[in-house]
Design a protein around this ligand. Structure first.
Ligand SMILES: Nc1ncnc2c1ncn2[C@@H]1O[C@H](COP(=O)(O)OP(=O)(O)OP(=O)(O)O)[C@@H](O)[C@H]1O
Length: 249
């Protein structure tokens, strides 16, 4: 039996999602543990975003269960899952473009912390997260005026304002420069080091291989492999379905 320390922060058990006759996610069971970055990769249309939507409550599964820290949330509204410590970012940025970077974070803190967190704590937490995520220099710029790569980090920082235990990231490195991705990799490792459980959907395979301790691979809705980066990199089924001859070392 697993000790409580090793029980997953997030688990899907046999999740299937059908759209009409199309099976977008097919009997997928996976786990995200605290203090680690878990990768979820696969070709376009493999079902990654649909699975994220199911975990956050935006998409009802046809069958299967979602558990957050052992609590079955399959029928729960998204806000209840957020209260249990679940946060996410979106593939298409969902930021307030005409607000400053700082205000984007504060809005999230306001919504999440209503009645529970004193205003000065909110200000201090905003400053702490701006610093942690390397956004202090653009804190007062409107999001529409900063590069896409850094706006992706704003989404992560904003998600962190809700004080999550599990963070789902949907293609967070898309649009980032090489330097921004390097910085981002360090940030992810640091956040995991602080105890957060992170699930990373990302097409930048070198980034995934660098930061993830465990990777799940989806293809046509089904999990075709799960394991360490070394195992995934050399898995014939994964190479055939996704990696191909690409150098992902
Ligand atoms: N609302 C929907 N109605 C019908 N089909 C859908 C719907 N959402 C997704 N699909 C289909 O489900 C499959 C999985 O899509 P999904 O967006 O989850 O894949 P993905 O792995 O996130 O792809 P990408 O890497 O391109 O973001 C695709 O075939 C897609 O066309």
């Amino acid at each position: 039996m697993q000790s409580p320390e090793s029980s997953p922060l997030l688990e899907t058990r046999g999740i299937t999602v059908r759209f009409g006759g199309h099976v977008a996610v097919d009997d997928v069971s996976l786990a995200v543990h605290r203090g680690a970055v878990t990768g979820l990769i696969g070709p376009n249309g493999a079902g990654k975003t649909t699975l994220f939507n199911t975990v956050t409550g935006l998409q009802k599964p046809t069958s299967g269960r979602v558990l957050i820290d052992g609590v079955d949330v399959t029928g729960s509204a998204p806000y209840k899952r957020a209260r249990l410590g679940l946060a996410r970012t979106f593939q298409r940025l969902e930021l307030f473009l005409s607000l400053s970077v700082r205000d984007n974070l504060r809005v999230a803190g306001d919504i999440h912390g209503t009645g529970r967190r004193a205003r000065r704590d909110l200000e201090a937490e905003t400053d702490r997260l701006l610093e942690l995520t390397g956004l202090t220099d653009v804190a007062h710029q409107d999001v529409s005026d900063i590069p896409t790569g850094r706006a992706r980090v704003v989404e992560v920082a904003r998600a962190l304002m809700t004080d999550p235990r599990v963070l789902l990231l949907d293609e967070p490195a898309s649009g980032q420069t090489e330097q921004e991705t390097d910085d981002f990799a360090e940030l992810l490792v640091r956040l995991a080091g602080e105890g957060l459980g992170i699930c990373l959907v990302e097409h930048d395979l070198p980034l995934v291989m660098r930061v993830c301790s465990h990777i799940h691979v989806l293809d046509y809705g089904s999990l075709i492999a799960s394991g360490t980066p070394a195992r995934i990199r050399n898995d014939p089924a994964v190479i055939a379905a996704y990696i191909g001859t690409e150098d992902v070392a």
